[in-house]
Design a protein. Structure first.
Length: 325
């Protein structure tokens, strides 16, 4: 019998995990043609999430867990989970039940019966989400699709089921600055989209503030598009042209009407504007150089403090010996 592995990133999900486990057990009772493996990834939680994971593992041998040495972020948790699952199929799903577990049934049939490489979920409504956040989210997807070569479906989430072939392709992209939605689109493969309505968290609070989402969107833009560099170059050329025209105007004005002392406010405004554009372009270059700096240091994406999974090779101190699939 083939195995379906679930990768479940968790950060302070002490309250949500028992509800999540009950739902997965119910779904596993319906999908009896495949065995389930549940890999819970503790992303340095500050509550009793790890204790709950230990309890679920003792209760059910299908439940495995990995606990990071600190909070490395959801991207690192998803990467670690995919690296250490053993299933023929692998799904990424949140523990707060905002990703409806019953969609796993349709996803599994989409891969097995319709021969897709991946079945992914997308939200068609944003009920319960702040309107300003929804607006900026839609703008981000439109912008990224216009300036990059990858196409990310509006409303897409991390929730998807993949074949082992696609999982290996995702793992082959081992960059440190990860934007998994863009990676899914970049590796390609035949993908089916299933729609669902936005669901409120079953317990706890969201970990994604507006600022964190903004930084995450920058990760996607910088990781999958060089358009900001082209924009900086265009602005530089444009202001060079404007400066050249301004010099001609000033020379002609001086030759015809003399050299009056008026006009310093407009000159000050021009200097401030040009300086601002220069700093903006330097900031764009700095973002790309910063990402390159992080990559060249070649630090691990995550470090493990404790784990209970048969696919993980740890040394006596608890550190992972390998990070290759």
């Amino acid at each position: 019998m083939k195995v379906l592995s679930l990768v479940v990133p968790c950060y302070n999900e002490e309250q949500s995990l028992p509800y999540f486990y009950d739902e997965i057990v119910r779904i596993a009772g319906i999908l009896t043609e495949v065995e389930f493996e549940i890999l819970l990834v503790d992303d340095g939680s500050k509550d009793k999430t790890l204790e709950v994971m230990r309890g679920l593992h003792e209760k059910d041998e299908r439940v495995k867990y990995i606990s990071f040495s600190r909070n490395f972020g959801k991207e690192a948790a998803m990467y670690a989970g995919l690296m250490n699952v053993t299933g023929d199929y692998a799904a990424i799903i949140d523990a707060d039940l905002q990703h409806p577990p019953e969609l796993l049934i349709e996803m599994y049939h989409g891969i097995v019966e319709e021969h897709y490489d991946s079945v992914a979920a997308r939200r068609v409504t944003r009920e319960g989400e702040p309107k300003l956040r929804s607006f900026f989210s839609r703008c981000f997807y439109r912008l990224l699709n216009r300036i990059s070569k990858v196409e990310i479906v509006d409303g897409s989430v991390d929730y998807r089921l993949m074949t082992r072939q696609m999982v290996n392709a995702v793992l082959s992209m081992s960059e440190k600055n990860r934007f998994t939605k863009g990676i899914f689109a970049w590796v390609g493969f035949k993908t089916k989209w299933v729609e669902f309505k936005n669901v409120e968290r079953v317990a706890g609070e969201t970990k994604w503030s507006f600022w964190k989402l903004f930084l995450y969107s920058l990760e996607g833009i910088i990781g999958f598009s060089t358009a900001p560099l082209a924009i900086a170059s265009f602005l530089g050329l444009a202001f060079c042209g404007i400066s050249f025209l301004a010099i001609l105007v000033i020379v002609m004005k001086t030759l015809i009407w003399g050299d009056p002392t008026t006009g310093w406010p407009s000159l000050a405004c021009i200097i401030l504007m040009v300086s601002g554009v220069q700093l903006f372009c330097m900031g764009i270059l700095g973002q790309y150089l910063g990402k390159m700096y992080v990559e060249t240091k070649n630090r691990p994406v995550y470090l493990i403090r404790e784990a209970q999974t048969k696919n993980l090779d740890l040394d006596p101190d608890g550190y992972q010996k390998r990070q290759e699939p």
